[in-house]
Write a protein that binds this ligand. Structure first.
Ligand SMILES: [Zn+2]
Length: 375
């Protein structure tokens, strides 16, 4: 591995503005870099659907060992705000920081830099490997929108690795929740609040009584629920006719998620109708979850590779969703690997140089492991 080259690549990538929806420039840069490394690169047509600056990049590297498992790695090319004109600084303490006015963008450019270094090593050393795909998504930070609309047929791997989780290199996310959202409208009956309050039914009261009767927050070890937004009412002299509530339920277990949603929907409906009003709820699955056992090949490969770079694998459950959720939902077992970045989505975001090196070592080790599984 060429540590200086890896660091330079990382610094170059974070300086390219790529705030989510504005991925055009970074996509073009990555396309050129990947093609120069022998990848066959296509950008899918999803930018039309997502309204983002670029589609997803699907980069395929033909393997020399046709018996090896075809694998894929995924990272996202977009960043959060404030992410314009990022000026990375490498400090004595071994960390790379921004200048304090922006995020750093190690989420997820540390992953991309490590993937590019991996490709350079493979090209230079001519290591045996199977078919390798890099899927670099757009719009991850705006709700996994790029991955969600990607044609699942483009994903040709047997299993894969999302390079995008916090924690020191060695962490493996093997489970992450399903998430659904609920849009509820509660209908009461309007009336003048001073002249004829008895003729009105307050939608705000119906909502309050419904919510008061619900179990929310942590439901069990696998399941959470939250009322996230409430809107309703116009003026103090009007009995509120309509209220709107946006909520979410997450669970590693899809049946438990559905059960909690049903309870909430039923509570809104029954409380409202008992008091003379009405509630209607629409729901949508935002992303699928996954729960891979330790015996799964992808988990085994990651664990062995981590041991081989001298670290102890740490299996983790995530409370949130990432592109890994979407790709698992497409039927390709995927774990999410810790990258080592710290305090992402803040101006304090930083990246330890040592973790960048370790991450690259790990990716190379994974490729070597998967080439071995063939014989
Ligand atoms: Zn990320």
């Amino acid at each position: 591995m060429n540590k200086q080259r890896l660091l330079n690549e990382f610094l170059e990538l974070v300086k390219i503005d790529s705030v989510t929806k504005n991925e055009r420039q970074i996509a073009d840069v990555l396309k050129v870099k990947l093609e120069a490394l022998g990848f066959d690169v296509t950008e899918d047509d999803t930018s039309e659907k997502t309204g983002h600056g670029a589609g997803n990049l699907i980069a395929n590297l033909k393997g020399s060992n046709s018996a090896a498992d075809p694998i894929y790695f995924t990272c996202h090319m977009d960043t959060v705000v404030p992410g314009q004109n990022i000026q990375p600084v490498v400090k004595e303490d071994g960390y790379i920081y921004s200048d304090g006015t922006t995020i750093l963008g190690a989420d997820d450019k540390a992953g991309i830099a490590a993937l590019l270094e991996l490709a350079k090593i493979l090209q230079e050393q001519g290591n045996e490997h199977g078919d390798i795909q890099f899927i670099i998504t757009a719009g991850e930070e705006s709700g996994l929108v790029g991955a969600k609309v990607m044609d699942s047929k483009l994903l040709k791997a047997k299993y894969g690795f999302a390079v995008d989780s916090d924690g020191k290199v060695g962490g493996i996310v093997t489970a992450a929740p399903y998430q659904s959202k609920l849009w509820t409208t509660i209908y009461g009956k309007t009336a003048h609040a001073g002249v004829a309050p008895e003729k009105g039914i307050s939608a705000i009261t119906l909502a309050a009584k419904s919510i008061a009767g619900m179990k929310l927050g942590r439901i069990d070890a696998e399941t959470t629920a939250n009322i996230g937004r409430f809107e309703g009412g116009k003026a103090t002299n009007i009995v509120c006719e309509e209220a709107f509530i946006l909520s979410e339920v997450r669970s590693i277990n899809p049946d438990k998620m559905q059960q909690q949603m049903d309870l909430m929907i039923e509570k809104f409906a029954s409380t409202s109708s008992t008091l003379g009003g009405k509630a209607e709820t629409k729901t949508k699955l935002m992303y699928p979850g996954f729960n891979l056992s330790e015996d799964e090949q992808v988990v085994q490969v990651a664990m062995q590779a981590i041991r081989n770079i001298g670290r102890e694998p740490k299996l983790m459950t995530s409370g949130g969703g990432s592109d890994g959720n979407v790709f698992n939902g497409m039927g390709v077992p995927t774990v999410t690997l810790s990258v080592g970045y710290e305090e992402i989505h803040t101006k304090n975001e930083r990246m330890p140089v040592e973790e960048l090196n370790k991450l690259t070592e790990l990716l190379l080790e994974i490729v070597q492991q998967t080439s071995k599984t063939a014989d």
